[in-house]
Ligand binder design. Structure first.
Ligand code: FAD
Ligand code: FO1
Length: 455
């Protein structure tokens, strides 16, 4: 039932008799989840019970309470849905590389399945787990429509090189999902009750970054946001998506980042909708090509979050302009407190700090100005990743590392006319924004939102 090309073997070992466990990490949902469907298919074939495990880590890449609250609410909903299908959900605390092998041992797990994630931290966890277990260990790409390693076997130059590769494979991968059925073989004993309140209280995370209330977390809310987008905003997406005063963006990224919503489900519903063809194509280009290009970067470029991961031409031009005088220079604190000379930039920073989601167009302008107003590209990259991952709900994501490297380091882009400081990196200007949209309206929206959230 599951396309074999969505599955990779992380450890090839004779299966032993015992239950199947799905180590859920990136794709934190019960529906439309190829990794869970594969784990269930395997468990039924082997006449075994099935469980889901989640290894909860404190201080995950600097995540704050804002992101943990959104994620844990989603996991609470998912664990309830799973329990009702006879699939117990175990929440493990501490280091995955220790807790997962311990669980496998204690529960006599016969086969381990997990979902795909190209980030360094996840690959390290899985390598250590694979060394410590003596059962077969499979990884399923439940995040991308075309499995990352199928779309391409190397780091792609840009959307124009990966697009034909993905489009050729879409017909094979863009299939409907089977419904997740109740599991026919019961788990042999009661799974421990999880007190989610205690979990939230016991988490060590920066609580200075307030939780977000304008967006409800979880799989059901994610599906609701998708329906609302299709009905009310998709039609104008092509024209209005780059206008930060419009509400044309989907607001799906937090649900996609935490895997509370499947990108393949989004694509299937978008294609079925009656919206204009041009609007659907514009959206699918971002959702499929841009997003899968970001996974391709993190999967094939180990230095995806450093200057060494920038294209050669970009590293050269940034180096050529390393000694150029900066028109303005700000510390990470001044950036974080939105204390620059540019009210448009400050408004975008305030929007991200207050709402946990900066408008997509402004993220480009925001990062590019950090390059111009920092000592070096290295410093700018560090500042952008730090602020992005601290405040964005969808932070710590391949799309973030790719978006920041595109803005500061010309990744997946070409050289443009040479200028001081940023060299041939594509340049965005305040005047350019004024020509594109009503800057004053955007600034008022951001400060209005911040006041409403008493930032
Ligand atoms: P929509 O415009 O409705 O797009 C729908 C979906 O398409 C998004 O959810 C996302 O999955 C995908 N998508 C859209 N634009 C891009 C893009 N440029 N690259 C990759 N995928 C895209 N995205 C994150 O998920 N996390 C981040 O931390 C993040 N940081 C960024 C930082 C910078 C400097 C830049 C330039 C872009 C960043 N992006 C990031 C990509 C993009 O801005 C967001 O995905 C988008 O704004 C999310 O809002 P939305 O879902 O309403 O977008
Ligand atoms: N994944 C986990 O398996 N365990 C965690 O404790 C965890 C915490 C976490 C906090 C914030 C955040 O943005 C992501 C987090 N993730 C965690 C990973 C997430 O599920 C995604 O897989 C990656 O961040 C994107 O690839």
């Amino acid at each position: 039932m599951i396309l074999q090309s969505r599955i990779r073997i992380l450890k090839d070992f004779p299966a032993s008799n015992g239950p199947v466990a799905y180590w859920m990490s990136r794709d934190q949902r019960s529906e439309d989840n190829w990794a869970l469907l594969y784990a269930q298919e395997t468990a039924i074939e082997r006449g075994q019970p099935l469980c889901v495990i989640f290894s909860l880590r404190d201080e995950f890449l600097g995540a704050a309470m804002r992101q943990y609250t959104f994620m844990l609410r989603g996991l609470e909903e998912t664990s309830g849905t799973l329990e009702r299908k006879g699939i117990p959900f175990f929440l493990l605390r501490g280091k995955a590389e220790e807790e997962i092998p311990r669980f496998v041992e204690k529960q006599n797990v016969g086969v381990l399945v997990t979902d795909f994630d190209p980030l360094r931290i996840k690959r390290e966890w899985k390598e250590k787990v694979a060394q410590r277990i003596r059962i077969p260990f499979f990884e399923v790409d439940a995040h991308n429509i075309v499995a990352c390693w199928q779309a391409s076997d190397k780091k792609e130059y840009g959307a124009y090189t990966i697009r034909p590769k993905i489009n050729r494979l879409l017909p094979e991968f863009m299939e409907e999902f089977p419904e997740l059925g109740g599991h026919p073989i019961p788990w042999p004993h009661e799974a421990p009750e999880i007190n989610w309140q205690d979990v939230r209280r016991s988490l060590k995370a920066d609580s200075s970054v307030g939780k977000v209330s304008w967006l409800k977390p979880g799989a059901s809310a994610g599906s609701g946001m998708l329906r609302d987008f299709i009905e009310n905003r998709l039609a104008v997406y092509k024209e209005a998506r780059n206008d930060p005063t419009s509400k044309a963006q989907s607001n799906l990224s937090p649900y996609l980042h935490f895997g509370q919503l499947s990108a393949q489900r989004v694509a299937l519903e978008i294609m079925k909708s009656s919206a204009p063809r041009a609007a659907k194509d514009a959206f699918l280009e971002e959702l499929i090509i841009r997003r899968e290009l970001a996974d391709n970067l993190c999967f094939y470029e180990p230095r995806y979050d450093s200057v060494e991961g920038f294209p050669e031409w970009a590293r050269k031009t940034l180096n050529d302009h390393r000694m150029d005088p900066r028109p303005y220079l700000y510390s990470i604190e001044e950036f974080e407190q939105a204390r620059t000379h540019d009210e448009l930039w400050n408004a975008a920073q305030i929007q991200m700090a207050a709402k946990g989601k900066m408008h997509g167009y402004m993220r480009m302008y925001w990062a590019k100005k950090i390059l111009e107003w920092s000592e070096s590209a290295q410093e700018a990259l560090r500042t952008a990743v730090y602020l992005n991952d601290k405040y964005e709900l969808d932070g710590r994501d391949p799309s973030g590392y790719a978006g920041i490297a595109w803005s500061i380091g010309g990744l997946h882009d070409r050289a443009w006319g040479e200028r001081p400081v940023s060299g041939k990196i594509r340049y965005l200007s305040y005047e350019g924004c004024k020509r594109k949209f009503d800057v004053d309206t955007y600034v008022n929206i951001c400060f209005g939102e911040a006041n409403a959230l008493n930032m």
